[in-house]
Design a protein around this ligand. Structure first.
Ligand code: SF4
Length: 422
């Protein structure tokens, strides 16, 4: 192995601003009970956060709480609590960490995480969502709203699919009016969608900048700082301004030829969520090889903005429905995901594909063995498949991961040297 690469001493404005915005949102949630503001639990994937915002219902995201607990090394006791209560070791660990938090008394009256007033199961793609939110509504005593989003069977949703989702959004508006006691104003929604579209434009531009050599940020590990604002805070002016700042910062880094590492040796595309309990350790395994992710599928779980879709204030409910149906990773077929990854490899000029398979997430991991075969054999893209978990630290085996990652990059390095010598 040539001399290991290290992370540049760069934290930047984007990291800090994201942390501030997310903390402010958490503080708002913590005050919701005393301020008597209604809250609404939503899933990240293909969410309709703009609608809740326009209805004056404060959005909350159990997935975000679960991943924050994992990053802070607090997830295992919560998972064990849920397992003791009867949840199987095979269940999605996000669900167990969330239910474990309830069983542990970490949410509810007087706690930093309130109970939701309404639980909106925006079911897109993963059927775990349905049971998870049924349990959450049952435990918290909140009203359950099932928003059934048909799976994307075709490239474009049918007119009937859009009508079906729009009619449910109208029912959701009526429920929100009931819990908030305020009348819904379509012009307020239009304004919020305008801010959402601005943030989407900025996020897409940031991703586009990773086509530069070197890429100005890691589109897997650093993208997490942008996923909070785009998925949770979309529709606010603060989120739109955050992306204006991010674009300016990354354009500056591109102009100076700066990478997040001291050297960009390999450009990868990463598929699958990260292991939140060992986020930094996992990142370091790639950093030492100078491997930078220039694109990732995980950064599109909430929405795919890089192909041009934007929320449209002129067609408010229809464009929300289209995003839920078509423009998010979880509601699309595995073949559509192949196409997405292939575009990333070609257009972002990547050297390799890294698949991080998640033990407890079938939505992501089903079919990844075939995916590796397809990319390696049919397309000739060097592909590495490693496994652990996004929430449960028991499935993270660093020595094994390191062996696989080192062997893969050693081979890739050799291949580059041989190609360069010709
Ligand atoms: S199985 Fe995967 S997609 Fe489904 S809720 Fe769990 S982590 Fe999310």
């Amino acid at each position: 192995m040539t001399a290991p690469v290290t992370e540049r001493r760069y934290q930047g404005r984007v990291h800090e601003r994201s942390r501030q915005l997310m903390s402010a949102w958490m503080a708002e949630l913590g005050r919701a009970e005393t301020e008597r503001r209604p809250t609404g639990a939503l899933m990240i994937s293909g969410n309709c956060v703009e609608l809740l915002r326009a209805c004056h219902v404060l959005p909350m995201f159990p997935e975000v709480t679960a991943l924050q607990n994992a990053i802070r090394h607090k997830s295992l006791p919560l998972i064990l609590k849920a397992e003791q209560a009867g949840y199987s070791s095979d269940n999605c660990a996000y669900v167990k960490a969330d239910i474990g938090l309830f069983l542990d008394g970490g949410m509810g009256p007087g706690k930093p995480i309130p109970f939701p007033t309404i639980t909106v199961c925006n079911y897109v793609g993963c059927n775990v969502y349905v049971k998870w939110f049924e349990h959450l509504a049952d435990l918290s005593g909140s009203k359950l709203f099932m928003l059934d989003v048909p799976f994307a069977r075709t490239a474009e949703p049918t007119a009937a699919d859009i009508r079906y989702v729009v009619s449910q959004l109208e029912e959701l508006i009526a429920l929100c009016e009931e819990v908030s006691g305020r009348r819904f104003d379509i012009d307020e929604l239009r304004e919020i969608l305008g801010e959402a579209a601005r943030a989407e434009e900025g996020y897409a531009r940031c991703k586009e900048l990773c086509k530069a050599r070197p890429a100005p940020f890691d589109a897997y590990f650093d993208a997490i700082n942008m996923m909070g604002p785009i998925n949770v805070l979309r529709g606010t002016r603060e989120a739109a301004e955050f992306f204006d700042e991010a674009v300016a910062e990354f354009e500056g880094l591109v102009a100076q030829g700066l990478s997040p590492l001291t050297e960009e040796r390999f450009r990868t595309v990463v598929e699958g969520p990260p292991p939140y309990p060992y986020y930094k350790n996992f990142r370091n395994l790639f950093t030492r090889w100078g491997a930078v992710a220039v694109a990732s599928t995980y950064s599109t779980v909430g929405g795919i903005w890089e192909w041009g879709f934007r929320h449209d204030p002129r067609r408010p409910l229809e464009s929300i429905a289209e995003q839920m149906l078509r423009e998010n990773l979880t509601n699309r077929t595995i073949v559509a995901r192949y196409g997405q990854i292939k575009r990333y490899v070609e257009e972002w000029d990547a050297d390799a594909l890294v698949i991080h398979s998640i033990k407890s997430c079938r939505l992501f991991s089903a079919g990844q063995g075939d995916m590796r075969e397809y990319f390696t054999r049919e397309l000739g893209v060097p592909t590495l498949l490693v496994e652990s978990d996004l929430e449960d630290p028991r499935y993270y085996a660093e020595a094994q991961l390191r062996n696989r990652i080192d062997a893969f990059f050693e081979a890739l390095e050799h291949k580059k040297l041989v190609a360069g010598a010709r």
